[in-house]
Design a protein around this ligand. Structure first.
Ligand code: HXC
Length: 257
């Protein structure tokens, strides 16, 4: 496929999507949205891929939805086209996804990072939902996912004032799993992704589905769901292999079945 706004690479069992609109600080226009979704969907279907990394540039993961593209639209335009609903498809990717964030992750950029399963940040990362300064509100799930990630008080403050937070504050608040030096961001993200990709991929998909249940249901239902999925792992070849390998004191050789 010919992509204009992203780069698509493969490193081992990891698929790497790099946002590539440097002059616009990776602002997310509709083309970027279509290309990221197309690439992620393609990688999700590829049996040789076990994890997907989404990253940007040193200066910007993404500085938001494309304000210049949004500006001329009125209510009926964005309502009828159901603007930004297509991003939901990224959240429906079944394999684990990692956002590797350096520089600005603002508005839609922060929301894109939060659509991924694991968020790792360079020490240069800057997060925020500044939509209110433009007279709009978050539109790719930010008011919901940021609140679940950092709690009501901080999410309210960030969305109501548009102020940004640095990587250290984002880590303290639980938005990011880990901070790394900017120079190491991509290699750390790829190493993390490859660790995940070398687990049994169907089991990793079951982990993802189960953790995500925590955001969709009650504790009792979530625990019940987890238990059923846990039982189902015993129907896989990889459970047999993983436990045999432990018993035989050797590394497992998963077949992703
Ligand atoms: C379109 C953008 C952009 C954006 C930056 N650019 N962000 N274009 N949409 N979101 C463009 C600039 O216009 C400029 O283009 C070029 O990228 C470089 O940006 P500068 O502003 O010159 O860089 P700098 O001074 O370093 O400032 C960086 C910045 C600032 C602090 C990140 O660009 C900024 O505040 N951007 C907007 C951030 C924002 O509000 N994001 C939320 C968007 S709303 P030219 O052509 O002038 O060189 C959103 C809503 C989601 O995401 C859904 C709800 C509707």
């Amino acid at each position: 496929t010919q992509y204009e706004t992203i780069l698509l690479d493969r490193k081992g069992r990891t698929g790497l999507i790099t946002l590539n609109r440097p002059k616009a600080l990776n602002a997310l226009n509709l083309r970027v949205m279509e290309e990221v979704i197309d690439a992620a969907t393609t990688l999700d279907r590829d049996p040789d891929v076990g994890c997907i990394v989404v990253t940007g540039s040193e200066r910007a993961f993404a500085a938001g939805a494309d304000i210049k593209e949004m500006q001329p639209n009125d209510y009926m335009d964005v309502y009828l086209a159901d603007w930004f609903s297509a991003w939901d498809r990224l959240g429906e990717v079944r394999k684990p996804t990692v956002a590797a964030v350096a520089g600005y992750a603002l508005g839609g950029g922060c929301e894109l990072a939060m659509l991924c399963d694991v968020l790792i940040a360079a020490d240069t990362a800057v997060f925020g939902q500044p939509e209110i300064k433009l007279g709009v509100i978050p539109g790719i799930g930010g008011s919901q996912r940021l609140t679940r990630a950092v709690g009501k008080a901080k999410a309210m403050e960030l969305c109501l004032t548009g102020r940004t937070m640095d990587a250290a504050e984002a880590e303290r608040a639980g938005l990011v799993s880990r901070i790394v030096p900017a120079a190491d961001l991509l290699s750390e993200a790829l190493a993390l992704a490859e660790t995940i990709a070398n687990m049994s991929t169907p089991i990793a998909m079951m982990v993802k589905e189960s953790v995500n249940r925590a955001f969709e249901t009650t504790l009792a239902e979530g625990v019940r769901f987890e238990r059923r999925v846990f039982h189902a792992t015993f129907a896989t070849a990889d459970q047999k292999e993983g436990m045999a390998a432990f018993t035989e004191k050797r590394p497992p050789s998963f077949v992703n079945r």
